[in-house]
Design a protein around this ligand. Structure first.
Ligand code: NAP
Length: 268
C-alpha cells in the first residue's frame, strides 16, 4: 500500500464554496497539499476571493458570486461548465448563521440560514450532477462533502435556532443524498467541525484560550485538522465512507463528560 497514492488528489478538479477564508480556505490548502489539479473557490467579496487565489497559487481559481439563490447556483455551474468537462470534488462549505433572542428571532433569520446552509448544498449538487457524474466510476468515484457542524449533533447554548436546525438538516440530507448518488458513483459525506477560528466563529478566533477550555483536548481546530479530514474523504482513503458525517471537534460531541462526571465533587 502506497500512502502517497492513498491520499493523493492528483488529477482531480475540485470546487470549494466559501473558499476565500476560514474553513473553506483550510480545505483548499489540504487539497493543494494532496496534489489537486485545480480548485475553484467562490465567495461574494471579490477582493478577498482574489487575494486568497493569488496567495495560494495558480491552481486556485476564484469565481465571484452569491450562491444563496438558485440564480447564483446556476451562474456558478455555468461558469465552471465553460471551463471544465467534469467536477471530481464538490465541497458545500459556504454557510451563514443568525443569532437572536428567542422572542424577537425573525423570519429573515430562518430564510437566510436555511437557504444557504440547506437548499444551496442540495441544488448546487443537483445542478452539478452532469459534471460530477461525467467521469465517476466505482474505482474513481466523484465526491461531495457537506460542511455541517457539531451544532447539528447536539444543542449549544447560543440562540442560533435556525443555524442549529439547518446543520441537523444537512447531516440528514447528506445521508439521503448519499443513498441516491451512490448509484451514480458519487459519494456524499459530511464534516461536522467543532470550533475553528474564522469570521463566523469569532469566539474561537478572538478568544482562543477561553474557547479551548471547553474542548476536551483543550485547543481549537486548525487547518491541519480540517485539511486532513477533507483530504481523507475526497481521496481513495475515504472511498468506503459514504453518507457519514465526520466529527472533527477535539472531542466535543463524542468525548465530552457531562459536568457532574468531570467534576469529581459533582453528581456523587
Ligand atoms: N468556524 C467554525 O467554528 C465552524 C464550526 C462548525 C461549522 N462551520 C461551518 O463551516 C462553514 C464555513 O464557515 P467559516 O467559519 O469558515 O465562516 P466564514 O469565515 O464566515 O466563511 C464563510 C465563507 O462563505 C462565503 N459565503 C458566505 N455567504 C455566501 C454566499 N451567499 N455566497 C457565496 N459565498 C458565501 C464567505 O465569503 P463572502 O462573505 O465573501 O461571500 C466565506 O468565504 C460554514 O458552513 C459553517 O457553518 C464553521
Amino acid at each position: 500500500m502506497n500512502l502517497q497514492d492513498l491520499f493523493s488528489l492528483e488529477g482531480r478538479i475540485a470546487l470549494v464554496t466559501g473558499g476565500s477564508r476560514g474553513i473553506g480556505r483550510m480545505i483548499v490548502e489540504g487539497f493543494l497539499a494532496a496534489g489537486v489539479e485545480r480548485v475553484y473557490i467562490t465567495a461574494r467579496k471579490e477582493d478577498e476571493l482574489q487575494a486568497t487565489a493569488d496567495d495560494l497559487g495558480d491552481k486556485v481559481v476564484g469565481i465571484q458570486g452569491d450562491i444563496s439563490t438558485l440564480a447564483g447556483c446556476d451562474a456558478l455551474v455555468e461558469a465552471i461548465s465553460a471551463k471544465e468537462d467534469r467536477l471530481d470534488i464538490l465541497v458545500n462549505n459556504a454557510g451563514a448563521a443568525w443569532g437572536e433572542d428567542y422572542t424577537s428571532f425573525p423570519e429573515q433569520g430562518w430564510d437566510k440560514v436555511m437557504d444557504l446552509n440547506v437548499k444551496t448544498p442540495f441544488f448546487l449538487t443537483q445542478k452539478f450532477h452532469k459534471l460530477l457524474t461525467a467521469q465517476a466510476t466505482q474505482n474513481r468515484p466523484g465526491k461531495v462533502i457537506n460542511i455541517a457542524s457539531v451544532d447539528g449533533m447536539r444543542i449549544n447554548p447560543w440562540e442560533t435556532y435556525s443555524y442549529q436546525a439547518s446543520k441537523a438538516a444537512l447531516i440528514h440530507l447528506t445521508r439521503r443524498m448519499a443513498a441516491r448518488l451512490v448509484q451514480d458513483h458519487v459519494y456524499v459525506t459530511g464534516i461536522a467541525p467543532g470550533a475553528f477560528p474564522s469570521n463566523m466563529n469569532k469566539v474561537a478566533r478572538d478568544m482562543e484560550a477561553e474557547s479551548a477550555k471547553g474542548i476536551p483536548n483543550k485547543r481549537v481546530g486548525d487547518k491541519f485538522d480540517m485539511g486532513g479530514s477533507a483530504v481523507y474523504l475526497a481521496s481513495r482513503a475515504g472511498d468506503y465512507t459514504i453518507g457519514e458525517t465526520l466529527t472533527v471537534d477535539g472531542g466535543i460531541v463524542n468525548a465530552h463528560l457531562p459536568n457532574h462526571f468531570a467534576d469529581p465533587a459533582g453528581g456523587r
